[in-house]
Every structure is written in C-alpha cells, then in structure tokens.
Ligand binder design. Structure first.
Ligand SMILES: Cc1cc2nc3c(=O)[nH]c(=O)nc-3n(C[C@H](O)[C@H](O)[C@H](O)COP(=O)(O)OP(=O)(O)OC[C@H]3O[C@@H](n4cnc5c(N)ncnc54)[C@H](O)[C@@H]3O)c2cc1C
Length: 466
C-alpha cells in the first residue's frame, strides 16, 4: 500500500486527502499529521468567536472546484441559515466558525465513505513533524511524540507560520504578561479586562479580528493600532466584480504596464461612482499567470512597493465589520498611530510603547495588551520553523528566488538544493506563494489541491522504509 504523509490538517490537508483517494489508482494509506490548530479547521476556521466573519462571500467558499455551489447548498441545510433565500445566502459573509463546521462535516462524510469502501486507510495523528529524512529508502517524518513515520510521499500543507519577529528590539516583550505574540492563539476565550489600554502592531485583517474580539469582550480601554502607510481595511460593500481581464489582454505585460492598466480601470470605476478596488478584482483569475511572467526583480519590486497597496484592496472585509471599525475610529475608542514604534519598556504588568514621529515623539502608557498582528513569518531562507529548517538544511527543499516560500515546479514538487525536482516532496498553499503569489484563500486553493493530487498519483512510487 502506498503511504502518503500530509503534514498539516487545515483546509489544504483535508482536501489533499480527499482528492488523493478520489484519484488514486491503487490503495493508499494516508497519514494526516497536524498540530497547532484544530483539525480540520486550521488557523482560520478554529475560531469560536462568532464575530469573526469570512472575508469571502458564501458563494465563493465551496471546498470543491467542480461543485461551486457546495458550501451554499450545505448552508441551506444548516439550522441557522435554512430559512434564508439562496440569493441572500450566496451574498452572506458567514462566521468563520460556521465554515469550520462545514469542513468538519466534509471530514465526517469522507471518513464514513473511506470506511464503507474499505479500500484506503486514514490515520489522523495529533503531532508536530519536526523534520524529515529523505533518502533512497523512502521518507521518514520525525514527530515530537510519535517517533518516526515512514512514507513514500509527502504533502506539505502547513499553512501560515506564527507572526514574524518585531521590527524593533523586543527583549522586554518575551514572556511579558501583556504580550500576545500569536493573535490566532484564541486568547479571547480566557480574556479578562485587566484595565489599561491595548496596542495592536499591524493594520490588516488580523488587526480587525483583534479589535472585534476586544470590543465584544467589552474592553474598557482605548485600542491603539499602528499602520505606517495609514491604509485601513476596505469593505466589500455590495460590489461584485463580474468583468475580468482575458489572458490575451495581459500577454507579455510588464509590471509597469499593469500598474498603468490598474490605474486606468481604477479611474474609470471612480468616474462611474464605483469603488476603485474593482480594478484589482478584474485581475483576479489571472494573478498566478501574471506573477509567472514577472522577473525576479519585478516580483521583489512589487513586494516592496505595492504589496500593502494591493493587499488592502484585495483582502476586504464584510460591510457590517467595516461599520464597527469605522464607528470605533469615530468614537475615539480605536486610535490609528501612523508613526513607527521605536521601543517598548515594561512598567510592572503593563507596557509603555514609545513612538517616533517625524515631528515629535510620544509614549503610550498603561498598555495591558500588546498584540503582534504583523502577519506570518515570511522568510524561508532564515525560517525558525523546525520542519522548514530541516528541509532546507538537508537539501530536500530550497527557498524560492525571492525568499517568500519554498521553490516548487509546475507540479508543486519541491526543488531540492541540487536543483532537481523531488519525486516525493510536494507543497501547497501559503508555503508556495513565492512561486504562485495568490495561493492563500479557498477560491485559489481548491483548484490547486485537486491538481496537486493528480500530480502525486501520477508520480512513480518511491520506496519506503519498512
Ligand atoms: C485569520 C484568518 C482568516 C482567514 N479568512 C479567510 C476567509 O474568510 N476566506 C478564505 O478563503 N481564506 C481565509 N483565510 C486564508 C486561509 O489561510 C485559507 O482559507 C485556508 O484555511 C488555508 O488552509 P491551510 O490548510 O493551507 O492552512 P492552515 O489552516 O494554516 O492549516 C495548517 C495546519 O498545519 C499545522 N501545522 C503547521 N506545521 C506543522 C507541522 N510541522 N506538523 C504538524 N502540523 C503542522 C498548523 O498548525 C495548522 O493546523 C484566512 C486566514 C487566516 C489566518
């Protein structure tokens, strides 16, 4: 029986397992090894906070590329949504915990099907893979508590890494009770208002989640958040882009041409009284293709100068969430700090955050909560994750040319240090964003996961240690 180890049990791990068994030509033994967030919900859908909404409308969230109505049809059977009309359901941004229930129901059905068929075997292991040893005899996955698991092939479906190191000396924060280094750790479940104020470093979607959790827990203090560029998350409103570029429109366009094209459409939409962000959506189905045509220099230039601009237009929030954020800003409950954090000092159980403005310095005192919402660790060359370290140090994988992920080929096979494509190690999701760019959200991942399974089952079977 061929053995496949899937490292990571979020959306990508679950859907990889399903597509692999559906396409397999022979019986498979699939090991899903997951630790860090709940299987099969992953970081995004493990939240139990009902105010954390999806940032994609229900109609965009089907798990299956060949059944795009799957999620909405599932919602129609859900007691909380069954009374709603389909048209309304499609446009809804449902709580992420409901999407977690959806993934759980997909897993339950899948498990039952595998049991009925009696062909494949599934092993779900709650553990962390800390390293791999790949040689002519097969692949050994080293785990924290379950020893070594020997397999023929591996899918890396590890998702996002914990937030990056802070952009200023942070010795004071390590171990300080006010510091929440991982905003996805479900801190809100044990939240007690200790008085004082909160400071959020970052201004993206995780900042929004954090503000909502503080407000819903009746946090009394002020909530400061820092955004160097002053960008604030935008609302989807009730806009849906249906007019996309064709591949021919974009053939051999350089980054600079695309920026002009964006500006042209953004201005045109503005003139028509529509939001400029629809110009970003117009590129949506082609972003992976566009990224592929750029040079390394163009990719680096884009990440340095346009990433924040793009992300704020691309990753938008539900209108109802936007209203809460806007009102909190208007009330002075939420305060935008545009200047750079210089340092943080401890003041007993609280912190002081020192800000270096262009004109003046200021200190924010009585900070009882400091959240690192700067986004996941992005460097792979210098990754501190034990698994990624082991893969790179052992030459089984290498960082991509812009050090934004692991380098893979068009079959999602990792490229080894010697430049050859691995026949046993494959990667998907965030970990390959340097090669594919937009490979984060369900609408991007669902197609990729099916294609990944096709590539894996078509590979000849490498050996396995018995
Ligand atoms: C807060 C948040 C909100 C989001 N909202 C949306 C949304 O509304 N719509 C949308 O389409 N997308 C959203 N996304 C994007 C989301 O990442 C994808 O939709 C999808 O959930 C990614 O799934 P994944 O399986 O690739 O990664 P993850 O969900 O991160 O799962 C990876 C799993 O692997 C585990 N793991 C990592 N390393 C190891 C190891 N060495 N050994 C064992 N286990 C390991 C992790 O702990 C985790 O459980 C959101 C992301 C975040 C972070």
């Amino acid at each position: 029986m061929e053995k496949i180890g899937i490292i990571g049990g979020g959306f990508s791990g679950l859907l990889s397992a399903i597509h692999l068994t559906e396409q397999a030509q022979q019986p498979l033994h699939i090991y899903i090894i997951n630790k860090g967030s709940d299987f099969p919900k992953g970081i995004a859908y493990s939240t139990v906070a009902p105010w954390h909404l999806l940032n994609v409308r229900a109609m965009g969230m089907s798990a299956f590329p060949d059944d795009l109505g799957h999620f909405v049809n599932w919602l129609k059977q859900h007691p909380a949504y069954s009374h709603k009309e389909e048209a309304e359901l499609k446009m809804t941004f449902v709580p992420r915990m409901i999407y977690g229930e959806y993934l759980q129901s997909i897993w339950n059905n899948f498990q039952a099907k595998i049991k009925d068929q009696g062909l494949h075997k599934l092993s779900l292991i709650a553990d962390r893979v800390t390293g791999t040893e790949i040689n002519d005899e097969g692949t050994a996955l080293r785990t924290e508590f379950n020893g070594t698991i020997n397999v023929n092939k591996v899918v890396l479906a590890v998702g996002h890494f914990a937030p990056s190191a802070l952009p200023f000396p942070d010795e004071v924060l390590a171990g300080h009770p006010a510091y929440i280094g991982n905003p996805w750790s479900r801190w809100e479940e044990n939240f007690e208002d200790r008085g004082g104020n909160a400071f959020i470093l970052g201004s993206g979607l995780t900042m929004v989640d954090t503000v909502l959790s503080l407000l819903n827990n009746n946090f009394k203090g002020k909530i400061y958040f820092s955004s160097r560029n002053g960008y604030l998350p935008k609302s989807h409103g009730n806009h849906v882009q249906t007019d996309f570029f064709n591949p021919e429109d974009l053939t051999s366009w350089r980054l600079t041409d695309l920026i002009k094209l964006y500006e042209h459409w953004a201005n045109r939409y503005k003139d028509e009284g529509r939001p400029a962000f629809l110009a970003v959506d117009k590129f949506r189905p082609l972003t992976q293709q566009i990224w592929n045509t750029w040079t390394i220099g163009e990719k680096k230039f884009f990440l340095e100068h346009y990433k924040a601009f793009w992300n704020v237009r691309r990753h938008r929030i539900a209108e109802e969430v936007h209203v809460v954020i806007k009102n909190a800003l208007a009330d002075g409950k939420l305060v935008l700090i545009k200047d750079k954090v210089h340092s943080v000092t401890a003041d007993g159980s609280q912190l002081q955050v020192h800000i270096n403005g262009e004109k003046e310095k200021q200190t924010l005192s009585n900070i009882s909560y400091f959240f690192n919402c700067t986004g996941p660790q992005e460097t792979y060359q210098h990754s501190t994750d034990p698994l990624i370290r082991s893969l790179i140090d052992n030459g089984h994988a290498q960082a991509d040319d812009i050090d934004w992920g692991l380098k893979v080929n068009d079959k999602y096979a990792c490229i080894k240090r010697n430049g050859q494509a691995s026949d046993s190690l494959f990667a998907t999701g965030c970990v390959i964003k340097g090669t594919y760019w937009e490979t984060f959200a369900v609408p991007d991942l669902r197609k990729q996961l099916k294609a990944l399974a096709t590539n894996i089952v078509q590979q000849p079977q490498p050996t396995v240690v018995s």
